[in-house]
Every structure is written in structure tokens, then in C-alpha cells.
Design a protein around this ligand. Structure first.
Ligand code: FAD
Ligand code: NAP
Length: 449
């Protein structure tokens, strides 16, 4: 391999495209970038698919978003400093937006702010099958499959960025007798449309964001009653009539579900909202990140540089539990881009120094006491990346939005999406919602803009 850097990005979701965006901004002629995307669309989860299980190529379906999904955080908390919602829509829009509107905004930035057509760097319908590090040549061999032709090929790269997301391999716990349940059992990854649960008694297992939204969506679209079942602790929101929380499922006998508190009820459907596994099956074992959901996976310097192999030329993006999303991915993308193109201002640390620094973050992460400390932790993480790259000193200040957001949810879980926020960058106050979220059944772009 000559002196040129050759960078492989795996996945063209919000993370992969952020990395692509920054390489394009830097336009370093000695760096060539190729992005492999297994679907024919960019922006990953923000595309809606009707499919579940496997896709048209027999690949595991990637997306787990559904009809009428609205952002569960205020748009002001995920707004790009260099491309505001007002820049995109030309006017003020509400703080909580449905999926197609967010997708439109994300695409707008990629198209409007890039120097070149980023799509030219993406190899579509191409799934990465294996990545191995070659010690002798100090590079990576990436094996890909063209899903349309079935043709596989090997290419070598100096650097690899893994950006395939962390919400695509569902965690499916077993409960005694679950196979005797006569109704429908799905994981929230396969949930596409809440109207299918109209009139039903629904059990939702899990106690985080999916469980919360499954319960609210089912209620909004006419389910008869919903019980959510928690493993560690209840969500403890002031739920509307018709939603209640119970401890974990103990056993299931036919339609009847028994809970650990001794109670039991009949259900028509079960939705497992039990999260996802970190799964990177295409990575050679020594390069493979294994973790459970955390704000700071171990073995990653600056939350992204893999320290266990690959001679510090392998990166993971977006592998943290997320309050901040697009701006955090963007700050990571810029840092990685600067690292690879050797344009960071400070002298590179030794591997030992990097490991020590990463360890400090992991220790702090493990000591966080509540959601507000977690939010501030993530803001500090972004500040740390920004300090080296001058990404933005304002982005971490969005922590105040997330503190308010959690307080709003505690005050009223049904109306938190009706609240308004003010942009950090444009100063624009968000527009009031035309209808409260709970009564708004129109998630089209036309209804918003
Ligand atoms: P993804 O969006 O998952 O994109 C990864 C890409 O990699 C995909 O295009 C996929 O096709 C591709 N890929 C995967 N494997 C391969 C392979 N082997 N080879 C080639 N390509 C591959 N965030 C918010 O900010 N607000 C929300 O309201 C919100 N709602 C969410 C709702 C749900 C149900 C879920 C699951 C997540 C939600 N998120 C939300 C978080 C979401 O993870 C991020 O917004 C964002 O999509 C993560 O981007 P990503 O690029 O890391 O991953
Ligand atoms: P998650 O945050 O990882 O939560 C998983 C939940 O499942 C936790 O409550 C966990 O319990 C529980 N769980 C895991 N294994 C279990 C088991 N064996 N038995 C019982 N319970 C188990 O995953 P998520 O809620 O799916 O959220 C994933 C992402 O999707 C988040 O980024 C979220 O913001 C996003 N999302 C957004 C929306 C939206 O409205 N825009 C909707 C859905 C999801 P413990 O608490 O005990 O760990």
C-alpha cells in the first residue's frame, strides 16, 4: 500500500454520514474514503421499513422505527450548530418532530453543507462480512458482499470506522411458559404500527425508552389496557388511566401472565421492549467491541478509538447510550477525521496514556447516580472531543434541554412532547404544536412545514 490513507466507513447512518461529511470538509487529497452501506438508502434507522425479520436480500432487517414515531428528545438537543432547523425549514417548527421530518433535516445538512456529492463515496447494497487486521502490512482487509449479485470481494484499508448502530440485534429474554401464550409476541424492533393493538390488553416488558413509547403509542392508537413490566426499577411516570407498571414476569400459562408481586392478568399481545445486544459479528475477534448499554464502553479512547488491537487505526462510532445523538456523532466524526488526517493540535498520546484516560471516563461513568448526572457526563464527553477539534463550545450546553426534558416527562409523560425550547444557535423559539402530541395522528412533513 502506498502513502495514501484509505479509510473504510461501515454503515451510512447518521454516524457514518457524519464521518463522511467531515472527511469531505477537510478535503485532504491524500485520504480516500469508501463507505459501505448494506441498504440502498442513507440515514439508517431514520428510514421506515415495512419488513421485519429479514429484508429482501435475506439479511437481518436493520430498522426498528415505526409509523408515527416522534423524536423522544427536543430537536434543540440534537440540532447541528452549522445547520439549524430554521436554516433547513426557513421558519420555526415545533420542538418534537416525527421521523420523516427529522430525516428530512438530516438529509438537508448532508446535501446543503457538503462540498461534494457525498453519495458518490457510498457503495450501496453492500454488506461488510469480515474485517481483519494484517499485522505485517499494518492494514485491514475488509470483505464485502454485493447483495444484488452475491459477489464477494476483499479490499485493503489503512483505517476502519465501524458505524453500524447499536439498536439492531434485539435482546429476547425467555419467560417460563412463554411458548404457551396464544397471542402475538413481538420485540419492539418488529413493531411497525400501533393500530394493530387496538382494543387489546397489551403487556410491554421493559422499563426504558421503547417500553415507555410502546405503552404510549398503543394507548394513543386505542389499546384497551397496557401493563409494563420492569426488571430493575419502574419508570414511575404519572401514567394515564389504562397504563400501569408491575414487576417482572414470573411465568406465563396460556393467556395468563403471572408477575413477581404475585399478581396475574390476561393479555392479548406481548411486546418485548427489552433493548438490544451489541453485535459486530463481522469483526475479527480481537477487533470486536463487546459491551452492554453504557455511556462509555471500555477499551475506547475518546469513546471511539479501539485500544485492544488494530494499531489504533480502528474506530467505533455511536456506541454509547444516547441523550445527545446527532451532535455527539458529529463531534466523534470530526475527531476521528482529524485523528486520521493527523490534524489534531496536540501531540498524540501513547497507548498507555490513552488507556488510562479511557479508564478514568469508565470509572466516572460507573459512579453516576441519576439521569441528570448521566446527561452532564455526556455533555462533558462532547466537550472533551470539541476541545481538541473546536467542533462547538455550544453543543454541550444542550444538557440544560435534557434536564428540562426529563423534568417535563416526570411532570406529565403524555404532554412532554408538547413543550417548547429555544435554539442554542439561531435563538429561534420553537413553534407551538398545532395539536397536542397525543391527539396528533398526522406525522407527514406537509403537516409540519
Ligand atoms: P443506524 O441509524 O442504525 O445506521 C447504521 C447503518 O449501518 C444502517 O444504514 C445499516 O444499514 C448499516 N449497516 C449495518 N450493518 C452493516 C454492514 N454489515 N455492512 C454495511 N452496512 C451496514 N435518536 C434520536 O435522536 N431521537 C429519537 O427520537 C430516536 N428514536 C429512536 C427510536 C428507535 C426505535 C431506535 C432504535 C433508536 C432511536 N434513536 C433516536 C437513536 C438512533 O440510534 C440514532 O438516532 C441514530 O440512528 C444512530 O445512528 P447510527 O449511524 O449509529 O446507526
Ligand atoms: P434500552 O434503553 O437498552 O432498555 C432496555 C430495557 O429492557 C431496560 O429497561 C432493561 O431493563 C430491559 N431488559 C433488558 N433485558 C431484560 C430482560 N432479560 N428481562 C427484562 N427486562 C430486560 O433499550 P430501548 O428502550 O429499546 O431504547 C433503545 C433506543 O431507542 C434508545 O436510544 C431510545 O431513545 C430509542 N427509542 C426512541 C423512541 C422514540 O420515541 N423516539 C422509541 C423507542 C426507542 P433494566 O432497566 O433492568 O436494564
Amino acid at each position: 500500500m502506498d502513502d495514501k490513507r484509505k479509510v473504510c466507513i461501515i454503515g451510512a447512518g447518521p454516524c457514518g454520514t457524519s464521518a463522511l461529511f467531515h472527511f469531505d470538509q477537510i478535503s485532504d487529497s491524500s485520504t480516500e474514503v469508501v463507505c459501505y452501506e448494506k441498504s440502498d438508502r442513507w440515514l439508517g434507522l431514520w428510514n421506515l421499513t415495512w419488513m421485519t425479520g429479514t429484508d429482501e436480500y435475506g439479511e437481518p432487517c436493520h430498522g426498528g422505527m415505526y409509523k408515527h414515531l416522534w423524536s423522544n428528545g427536543p430537536k434543540e438537543g440534537l440540532e447541528y450548530p452549522d445547520y439549524t432547523f430554521t436554516d433547513h425549514f426557513g421558519k420555526s417548527v415545533p420542538s418534537f418532530l416525527p421521523r420523516p421530518v427529522i430525516r428530512d433535516y438530516l438529509e438537508g445538512r448532508l446535501v446543503m453543507k457538503s462540498k461534494s456529492d457525498l453519495k458518490q463515496f457510498i457503495k450501496w447494497n453492500t454488506s461488510v462480512r469480515y474485517v481483519r487486521y494484517n499485522k505485517q502490512s499494518d492494514d485491514f482487509t475488509v470483505t464485502t458482499e454485493d447483495l444484488k449479485t452475491g459477489h464477494t470481494s476483499d479490499s485493503n484499508f489503512t483505517h476502519v470506522i465501524v458505524a453500524v448502530g447499536i439498536f439492531n440485534s434485539p435482546e429476547k429474554p425467555y419467560f417460563d411458559g412463554i411458548e404457551t401464550f396464544p397471542g402475538r409476541i413481538i420485540h419492539s424492533h418488529d413493531f411497525r404500527d400501533a393500530t394493530q393493538f387496538k382494543g387489546q390488553r397489551v403487556l410491554v416488558v421493559g422499563a426504558k425508552y421503547s417500553a415507555e413509547d410502546m405503552a404510549l403509542q398503543c394507548m394513543k392508537f386505542g389499546a384497551k389496557s397496557i401493563v409494563t413490566s420492569y426488571r430493575s426499577s419502574p419508570m414511575n411516570y404519572k401514567w394515564p388511566i389504562g397504563i400501569e407498571e408491575r414487576p417482572l414476569v414470573k411465568k406465563i400459562i396460556g393467556k395468563v401472565v403471572h408477575f413477581l408481586d404475585g399478581s396475574s392478568s390476561e393479555f392479548d399481545s406481548i411486546i418485548l421492549s427489552t433493548g438490544y445486544k451489541y453485535k459486530f459479528p463481522f469483526m475479527e475477534t480481537s477487533l470486536r467491541l463487546t459491551s452492554s448499554s453504557t455511556l462509555y464502553p471500555a477499551s475506547l479512547y475518546k469513546g471511539s478509538l479501539w485500544l485492544q488491537g488494530g494499531n489504533r487505526k480502528l474506530f467505533y462510532m455511536g456506541v454509547q447510550h444516547q441523550f445527545f445523538t446527532f451532535t455527539m456523532f458529529d463531534a466523534e466524526g470530526l475527531w476521528i477525521c482529524r485523528y486520521i488526517t493527523d490534524t489534531l493540535p496536540n501531540k498524540l498520546k501513547s497507548c498507555e496514556e490513552m488507556k488510562k484516560e479511557a479508564q478514568k471516563w469508565v470509572q466516572r461513568c460507573n459512579s453516576l447516580k441519576d439521569i441528570h448526572e448521566q446527561i452532564d457526563f455526556q455533555a462533558d464527553f462532547i466537550k472533551d472531543l470539541s476541545d481538541e477539534t473546536e467542533y462547538s463550545s455550544d453543543v454541550p450546553k444542550a444538557n440544560t434541554f435534557f434536564h428540562k426534558w426529563d423534568n417535563d416527562k416526570r411532570a406529565n409523560i403524555v404532554t412532554y412532547r408538547d413543550q417548547q425550547f429555544k435554539s442554542l444557535y439561531s435563538g429561534t423559539e420553537s413553534a407551538p404544536c398545532s395539536k397536542p402530541w397525543f391527539q396528533n395522528f398526522d406525522d407527514t412533513i406537509g403537516a409540519f412545514v
